[in-house]
Ligand binder design. Sequence first.
Ligand code: ZN
Length: 188
Amino acid sequence: MFTDAAPRKANRAQFLNSDRLKTLDLPRNARLASITELIERAMNSERGPDVRRACAEFLDAASSFYGVPVCGIRVLAARPLRVRERGTFELFGDYDPGTSMIRVWMRTAVRKKITSFGTFLSTLCHEFCHHLDFKKFGFANSWHTRGFYERAGVLYHHARGTPVKKLFWVPVAGGRWWIDWQRTNPGG
Ligand SMILES: [Zn+2]
């Protein structure tokens, strides 16, 4: 998981704000966690319409908590072969800022294997955080900064009822960062 490089001029200040903003307010109840269980049950049954309904409920609840307009959701059986999300390829979902539409797919493009529930939920939270970048924080773009991944992780662990992991970042060429998964997930 790599971060984007900082823009040189335009929106550089916003990029740095996104990078620094490492946490999100969270609801003080278990509503998202209970909807997450519905998503998991629907995933296990492999019924697309049930998965879609549960994801929509999750996004409604999250949007209302964060005071942003609700975003749309499409759950697709398999990933389109080529998906470009603002210059990045994402494996399991995307977000269109023009239509506020999230798409997630239940199966991988090539082998048609079902996406693991953890990956699926983490994708949903990731795409919702793109929505928050535009609608809550008012950023002109939604970059994959360190802060972005931290915020998405905070939301994911809240939704799953698991403790937030400390992410270990390693600088790479071009002012970008990647997550050292061995240190982040020791033994896992
Ligand atoms: Zn993304």
